[in-house]
Write a new protein. Structure first.
Lengths: 64, 265
């Protein structure tokens, strides 16, 4: 662990700045099944990334 | 020439999956295999750098999206962002030096340097495995700077092993494993961009011909890109205690793999 979670009185903002805070909280407060679920926006971003991949491959096919 | 090579896609996918999950192994693992398949260094090295630049940032973006890390460029920035920039800046200088040495064919005894890097990675892997039980440690920025510089030096002299040393260095410095993987992915993206630019500009400045063969790019990019989307999700889903074991064991395997290439192959 890269930070001391026992220090609960530290302001939220300061804790948020600690290294690995988000990942640590996800591990401790969510079950593995809960971590498998993704937000809708994440699906759209994955779709966006796949679209960019297809465009790049078309560019490769045209110019390589 | 546009060609899709299924074996290269599979290899690229496997090594990039491990690279984005455990923070190491794409260059160290894939490069010698592609040489064994008969590809030339100038067909492999710049293409791996281009691919790693794209997949590093893609993987970093999705690590952030899935909550493995919290990067923030606007002030006040996060410590994760500062650590990533620290590692990236040292790595950028090192890779420019490495490309410079490659182009000017400055003779360094590669076998001694590679043996040293392999032994270093094996020792760090063993220490990390011993430390699995002792999970709690505070963040040590000076130790992290030392390991970044050490990894940069290794890369600078062309010995590779940048990922394992930076990754294990972060863990020794008290950084949470899941976050350390995300930090390495993005910093490798920056380092790879510096490498690509060095490959393009050093020969231009020195009036040497640029020799890059793009044959492998579509295949390595395909395998690497899919892995870069999938790996941050795998890192998110599995608990950190899994990564505490996987990372040192994989580092140890990479160290042994490099040693085996030196003495067996």
């Amino acid at each position: 662990m890269g930070f001391n979670m026992e220090n609960d009185e530290i302001k939220n903002e300061k804790i948020m700045n600690e290294i690995g805070y988000l990942a640590y909280m996800m591990d401790t407060e969510m079950t593995m099944f809960e971590r498998m679920k993704l937000k809708k926006s994440s699906f759209y971003r994955i779709l966006g990334a796949m679209t960019i991949y297809l465009l790049v491959m078309i560019l490769f096919a045209l110019f390589l | 020439m546009f060609e899709i090579i299924p074996l290269v896609i599979v290899l690229s996918f496997l090594f990039e999956t491990m690279d984005s999950c455990a923070g190491m192994g794409f260059g160290t693992g894939l490069t010698p295999l592609l040489f064994v398949l008969g590809y030339e260094p100038l067909q492999v090295v710049p293409i791996l750098l281009i691919s790693e630049a794209i997949t590093g940032f893609t993987s970093g973006f999705f690590h952030q999206e899935f909550g493995n890390v919290h990067f923030k460029l606007k002030r006040p920035t996060t410590r994760e962002t500062k650590v990533m920039l620290n590692i990236a800046i040292i790595g950028c200088f090192s890779i420019i030096l490495s490309v410079f040495l490659t182009y000017y064919s400055i003779k360094l005894d590669k076998s001694i340097i590679k043996t040293y890097v392999a032994i270093l990675v094996i020792i760090m892997g063993i220490i990390a495995m011993i430390k699995i039980r002792y999970s709690s440690s505070n963040y040590k920025p000076k130790l992290l700077t030392f390991f970044s510089a050490l990894a940069g030096f290794n890369k600078g002299v062309g010995a590779g092993g940048y990922g394992p040393v930076v990754m294990l260095g972060q863990i020794f410095s008290g950084i949470y494993e899941k976050t350390a993987t995300a930090i390495v992915s993005v910093s490798e993206g920056f380092v790879s961009i510096a490498g690509v630019l060095a490959f393009l500009f050093i020969p231009i400045i020195s009036n040497l011909p640029i020799e890059i063969d793009f044959l492998l790019l579509p295949s390595i990019f395909t395998g690497g890109f899919i892995a870069a989307l999938l790996s941050p999700y795998i890192v998110r889903v599995f608990p950190n205690k899994i990564w505490k074991i996987v990372i040192p064991v994989y580092a140890l395997a990479i160290g042994i793999y490099v040693l085996a290439q030196m003495f067996i192959l």
